[in-house]
Write a protein that binds this ligand. Structure first.
Ligand code: IMP
Ligand code: MG
Length: 179
Protein backbone atom coordinates (compact mmCIF):
# COMPACT_ATOMS: atom_id res chain seq x y z
CA UNK A 1 0.00 0.00 0.00
CA UNK A 2 1.11 3.55 -0.73
CA UNK A 3 4.19 2.34 -2.61
CA UNK A 4 4.15 5.47 -4.77
CA UNK A 5 5.43 7.37 -1.74
CA UNK A 6 9.19 6.95 -1.58
CA UNK A 7 9.15 8.02 2.05
CA UNK A 8 6.89 9.65 4.58
CA UNK A 9 7.72 13.28 5.26
CA UNK A 10 4.92 14.09 7.70
CA UNK A 11 3.15 11.29 9.52
CA UNK A 12 -0.54 11.12 10.38
CA UNK A 13 0.31 11.92 14.01
CA UNK A 14 2.42 14.95 13.09
CA UNK A 15 -0.36 16.18 10.80
CA UNK A 16 -2.87 15.91 13.62
CA UNK A 17 -0.65 17.87 16.04
CA UNK A 18 0.10 20.54 13.46
CA UNK A 19 -3.55 21.05 12.56
CA UNK A 20 -4.45 21.31 16.24
CA UNK A 21 -1.78 23.97 16.76
CA UNK A 22 -3.11 26.00 13.81
CA UNK A 23 -6.69 25.70 15.05
CA UNK A 24 -5.59 26.80 18.55
CA UNK A 25 -3.96 29.91 17.06
CA UNK A 26 -7.04 30.72 15.01
CA UNK A 27 -9.41 30.11 17.94
CA UNK A 28 -7.32 32.44 20.10
CA UNK A 29 -6.99 35.21 17.47
CA UNK A 30 -10.66 35.20 16.46
CA UNK A 31 -12.27 34.78 19.87
CA UNK A 32 -15.59 36.62 19.85
CA UNK A 33 -15.62 36.87 16.05
CA UNK A 34 -17.17 34.93 13.23
CA UNK A 35 -15.02 33.67 10.37
CA UNK A 36 -15.26 32.37 6.83
CA UNK A 37 -12.81 29.65 5.84
CA UNK A 38 -12.24 30.02 2.11
CA UNK A 39 -10.55 26.92 0.71
CA UNK A 40 -8.83 26.66 -2.63
CA UNK A 41 -9.93 23.47 -4.36
CA UNK A 42 -9.02 20.83 -4.75
CA UNK A 43 -5.86 20.46 -2.67
CA UNK A 44 -7.07 22.16 0.51
CA UNK A 45 -10.17 20.09 1.16
CA UNK A 46 -8.62 17.39 3.35
CA UNK A 47 -6.71 19.89 5.50
CA UNK A 48 -9.71 22.18 5.68
CA UNK A 49 -11.97 19.33 6.80
CA UNK A 50 -9.63 18.55 9.68
CA UNK A 51 -9.00 22.19 10.52
CA UNK A 52 -12.65 23.19 10.67
CA UNK A 53 -13.48 20.38 13.07
CA UNK A 54 -10.94 21.83 15.50
CA UNK A 55 -12.20 25.39 15.14
CA UNK A 56 -14.44 26.47 17.97
CA UNK A 57 -15.34 30.03 16.92
CA UNK A 58 -18.44 30.37 14.72
CA UNK A 59 -17.36 29.61 11.15
CA UNK A 60 -18.73 29.01 7.71
CA UNK A 61 -16.91 27.54 4.75
CA UNK A 62 -16.63 28.47 1.13
CA UNK A 63 -14.52 27.33 -1.80
CA UNK A 64 -12.82 28.73 -4.85
CA UNK A 65 -11.17 27.10 -7.83
CA UNK A 66 -8.40 29.10 -9.47
CA UNK A 67 -5.80 28.23 -12.03
CA UNK A 68 -2.74 30.10 -13.16
CA UNK A 69 -2.83 31.30 -16.73
CA UNK A 70 -0.46 29.55 -19.08
CA UNK A 71 -0.25 26.23 -17.25
CA UNK A 72 3.21 25.73 -15.85
CA UNK A 73 4.81 28.94 -17.08
CA UNK A 74 3.73 31.32 -14.37
CA UNK A 75 4.97 34.48 -16.02
CA UNK A 76 2.02 36.82 -15.78
CA UNK A 77 1.03 36.16 -12.21
CA UNK A 78 -2.58 36.29 -13.28
CA UNK A 79 -5.08 33.70 -12.19
CA UNK A 80 -8.21 32.47 -13.80
CA UNK A 81 -11.16 32.06 -11.41
CA UNK A 82 -12.89 28.84 -12.47
CA UNK A 83 -15.26 28.88 -9.51
CA UNK A 84 -15.71 31.91 -7.32
CA UNK A 85 -16.73 32.06 -3.67
CA UNK A 86 -20.46 31.62 -3.15
CA UNK A 87 -20.77 34.38 -0.56
CA UNK A 88 -20.02 38.08 -0.44
CA UNK A 89 -17.07 38.63 1.91
CA UNK A 90 -17.45 42.38 2.45
CA UNK A 91 -16.98 43.21 6.15
CA UNK A 92 -16.37 39.55 6.99
CA UNK A 93 -13.32 37.95 8.59
CA UNK A 94 -11.87 35.68 5.94
CA UNK A 95 -9.13 33.06 6.21
CA UNK A 96 -7.92 31.59 2.94
CA UNK A 97 -7.05 27.92 3.39
CA UNK A 98 -4.46 26.41 1.07
CA UNK A 99 -2.61 23.10 0.95
CA UNK A 100 0.82 24.34 -0.06
CA UNK A 101 2.49 27.61 -1.01
CA UNK A 102 5.06 26.96 -3.69
CA UNK A 103 5.94 29.88 -6.00
CA UNK A 104 3.37 31.99 -4.16
CA UNK A 105 2.02 33.27 -7.46
CA UNK A 106 -1.47 31.79 -7.13
CA UNK A 107 -1.87 33.04 -3.59
CA UNK A 108 -0.61 36.54 -4.12
CA UNK A 109 -3.07 36.93 -6.99
CA UNK A 110 -5.95 35.49 -4.94
CA UNK A 111 -5.12 37.76 -2.00
CA UNK A 112 -5.23 40.77 -4.32
CA UNK A 113 -8.57 39.79 -5.78
CA UNK A 114 -10.17 39.16 -2.39
CA UNK A 115 -8.69 42.28 -0.79
CA UNK A 116 -10.61 44.36 -3.33
CA UNK A 117 -13.87 42.96 -1.96
CA UNK A 118 -13.20 44.76 1.33
CA UNK A 119 -13.36 41.98 3.89
CA UNK A 120 -13.07 43.11 7.54
CA UNK A 121 -9.85 41.08 7.61
CA UNK A 122 -8.06 38.69 5.29
CA UNK A 123 -5.48 36.14 6.40
CA UNK A 124 -3.81 33.09 4.94
CA UNK A 125 -3.56 29.65 6.48
CA UNK A 126 -1.40 27.13 4.61
CA UNK A 127 -0.57 23.62 5.68
CA UNK A 128 2.78 23.54 3.87
CA UNK A 129 5.27 25.98 2.41
CA UNK A 130 8.30 25.49 0.18
CA UNK A 131 10.22 28.72 0.80
CA UNK A 132 13.03 27.72 -1.60
CA UNK A 133 10.60 27.97 -4.51
CA UNK A 134 9.13 31.38 -3.75
CA UNK A 135 8.82 33.86 -6.61
CA UNK A 136 6.23 36.13 -5.01
CA UNK A 137 6.47 36.98 -1.35
CA UNK A 138 3.32 36.11 0.56
CA UNK A 139 2.74 36.45 4.27
CA UNK A 140 1.46 33.16 5.67
CA UNK A 141 -0.35 34.08 8.88
CA UNK A 142 -0.91 30.48 9.94
CA UNK A 143 1.64 27.99 8.63
CA UNK A 144 1.74 24.27 9.36
CA UNK A 145 5.26 23.35 8.23
CA UNK A 146 8.05 24.40 5.95
CA UNK A 147 9.30 21.63 3.71
CA UNK A 148 12.30 21.26 1.39
CA UNK A 149 12.00 21.61 -2.37
CA UNK A 150 10.62 18.15 -3.07
CA UNK A 151 7.40 17.13 -4.76
CA UNK A 152 5.01 15.85 -2.12
CA UNK A 153 1.77 13.91 -2.29
CA UNK A 154 -0.98 12.90 0.10
CA UNK A 155 -3.23 14.68 2.58
CA UNK A 156 -5.04 16.34 -0.32
CA UNK A 157 -1.97 16.92 -2.47
CA UNK A 158 -1.90 15.25 -5.84
CA UNK A 159 0.32 14.26 -8.67
CA UNK A 160 -1.78 14.15 -11.83
CA UNK A 161 -4.93 14.05 -9.64
CA UNK A 162 -3.82 10.94 -7.79
CA UNK A 163 -2.66 10.19 -4.21
CA UNK A 164 -4.80 12.86 -2.51
CA UNK A 165 -6.20 10.05 -0.35
CA UNK A 166 -2.87 9.12 1.28
CA UNK A 167 -3.25 9.80 5.02
CA UNK A 168 0.29 11.22 5.32
CA UNK A 169 2.45 13.65 3.35
CA UNK A 170 5.06 11.72 1.41
CA UNK A 171 7.66 12.25 -1.28
CA UNK A 172 6.62 10.89 -4.64
CA UNK A 173 8.87 8.13 -5.94
CA UNK A 174 10.32 9.54 -9.19
CA UNK A 175 9.52 6.31 -10.98
CA UNK A 176 5.87 7.32 -10.94
CA UNK A 177 6.55 10.65 -12.64
CA UNK A 178 5.59 10.62 -16.31
CA UNK A 179 5.67 13.19 -19.06
P1 IMP B 1 1.95 28.33 -6.38
O1 IMP B 1 2.28 28.67 -4.96
O2 IMP B 1 1.22 29.39 -7.11
O3 IMP B 1 3.17 27.89 -7.13
O4 IMP B 1 0.95 27.09 -6.45
C1 IMP B 1 0.73 26.23 -5.43
C2 IMP B 1 -0.09 25.06 -5.94
O5 IMP B 1 0.76 24.17 -6.67
C3 IMP B 1 -0.65 24.27 -4.79
O6 IMP B 1 -1.95 24.66 -4.47
C4 IMP B 1 -0.60 22.84 -5.31
O7 IMP B 1 -1.81 22.53 -5.98
C5 IMP B 1 0.52 22.82 -6.31
N1 IMP B 1 1.76 22.24 -5.73
C6 IMP B 1 2.89 22.90 -5.43
N2 IMP B 1 3.82 22.08 -4.92
C7 IMP B 1 3.24 20.85 -4.86
C8 IMP B 1 3.70 19.56 -4.39
O8 IMP B 1 4.83 19.35 -3.91
N3 IMP B 1 2.81 18.55 -4.49
C9 IMP B 1 1.55 18.70 -5.01
N4 IMP B 1 1.09 19.89 -5.45
C10 IMP B 1 1.93 20.96 -5.38
MG1 MG C 1 -2.56 20.49 -7.49
Amino acid sequence: MYEEAERILISKEEIEKTVQRLADEINRDYAGKEIILAGLLKGSFVFMGDLMRKITVPCSIDFMIVSSYGGRTFSSGEVNIKKDLGEDIKDKHVIIVEDIIDSGITLSAVLNILRHREPASLRLCAFLSKPARRQKEVVIDYLGMEIPDEFVIGYGLDYDEKYRNFPFVGILDPKYIHE
